[in-house]
Design a protein around this ligand. Structure first.
Ligand SMILES: [Zn+2]
Length: 389
């Protein structure tokens, strides 16, 4: 272990953890810290702000403006700590037995700290291809900034970056597959009445039940049609309803029913085609219900735009590169959502590979080990060496 470098990364991580920037909140405080760090090292950076300028992503390049570079990407926001039983101050990085405790230490400020700690090494290397940093916000509430950031990088630089590593916690294992996700809510409006009038009124609950059953049947039909990707478990796109609310009493027909659901999609499937088929079914059903009650309706809305899946093929050029620099050869898949698919959508050959265990993320006493930080620093060091010849 390079103790000086590791110490530097841990020091930066301590600074980063102290910024209590939750998903959804302004990230300008932590961004100012990163900007000051880059200014100190004479790295020119560019911001991709949100509409009301309360948040921004940042990207920068170290090395020559030539094609074939690699983007190191992470998010600056973290999940809340409320209701969690922390044994130390979650926003004060605390070391114990080689483990660094703090909110975001693992997901994913540890990776950001490794990137920043490596700036001098990257600058001192005779890079023939550039390395970029891409730091986003609001990842934890639906990957809201990833697409704009990846698009901005694609359009800002005259040269073409070729690769992207999303440093989400993977214990430094290269991850080439990730399911996409779309979160939705469907509201059925029917007509209230005495439960004996089931033939004259429209029960919103009964309609919702049909829609929910349709979703499950659709999932089964896709499986039967061979929509299978064995890299994942379950090896297919899944539809799941996690919350239903509606109705007031057993003898009253419900005039409203809302259910919340998600689609977790394998790379080969198209979320828009599933949603399109669902909407067609809803429209047909709505037309039928309106014959009985003119005010009947079925309305579905998305929580946020769908997060695309990642499906990097094993013959992609990034595979031998990430295997070489990470030192890990077995490729994996993950079921959590991340910005990887958004970078892949912009044409970058993308993998997830970062320090720490996802099992530590989002929970009380989140930690990252110093040895994982060291592995990540070594990866960036090997990247610098690889790009220098
Ligand atoms: Zn994360």
């Amino acid at each position: 272990m390079n103790h000086e470098l590791a110490g530097k990364a841990v020091g930066i991580l301590k600074d980063l953890v102290a910024f209590e920037v939750l998903g959804g909140q302004s990230n300008l405080s932590i961004l100012d810290y990163i900007i000051a760090f880059l200014n100190d090292h004479n790295v020119e950076y560019h911001l991709v702000p949100n509409q009301d300028l309360t948040k921004a992503s940042l990207h920068c390049r170290i090395g020559p403006a030539v094609d074939g570079g690699l983007i190191l990407s992470g998010h600056t926001d973290v999940v809340p700590v409320s209701g969690q039983d922390w044994k130390s101050d979650p926003f004060l990085l605390t070391e114990k037995d080689g483990l660094l405790y703090g909110r975001g230490s693992c997901d994913m400020k540890g990776f950001l700290a490794c990137c920043l700690a490596s700036v001098e090494i990257l600058q001192a290397s005779p890079l023939k291809r550039p390395v970029y940093f891409a730091f986003s916000y609001d990842e934890e509430i639906g990957c809201l900034a990833g697409t704009a950031l990846a698009t901005a990088i694609r359009s800002y630089y005259t040269e073409k970056p070729e690769f992207a590593i999303i440093g989400e916690p993977s214990m430094m294992q290269p991850i080439t597959g990730q399911k996409g996700i779309c979160v939705l809510q469907t509201t059925v409006t029917g007509s209230a009445g005495h439960s004996s009038r089931i033939r004259q009124e429209v029960s919103a609950i009964h309609v919702a039940a049909r829609l929910i059953t349709w979703l499950e049947d659709k999932m089964d039909r896709m499986i039967a049609d061979g929509h299978i990707d064995d890299r994942f478990f379950p090896p297919h796109s899944s539809m799941h309803v996690g919350k239903v609310s509606g109705g007031i009493a057993p003898n009253v027909i419900a005039d409203k029913c809302t259910f919340f659901w998600d689609v977790r999609i394998i790379p080969a499937d198209d979320v828009y085609s599933i949603l399109g088929e669902f909407n067609t079914y809803c429209q047909d059903l709505e037309a039928e219900l309106k014959l009985r009650f003119d005010g009947a309706s079925i309305v579905t809305s998305e929580d946020h735009p769908p997060v695309p899946p990642l499906g990097t093929n094993s013959d992609s050029d990034i595979v031998p590169l990430i295997q070489k620099i990470s030192g890990h050869h077995v490729l994996g898949t993950v079921s959590y959502a991340a910005e990887a698919g958004q970078f892949a959508e912009q044409g970058f050959k993308t993998v997830i590979c970062g320090p720490g265990d996802i099992a530590q993320a989002h929970r009380a006493n989140e930690y990252i080990s110093i040895s994982q930080m060291d592995e990540c620093l070594q990866m960036i060091g090997r990247l610098a060496a690889e790009f220098s010849h």
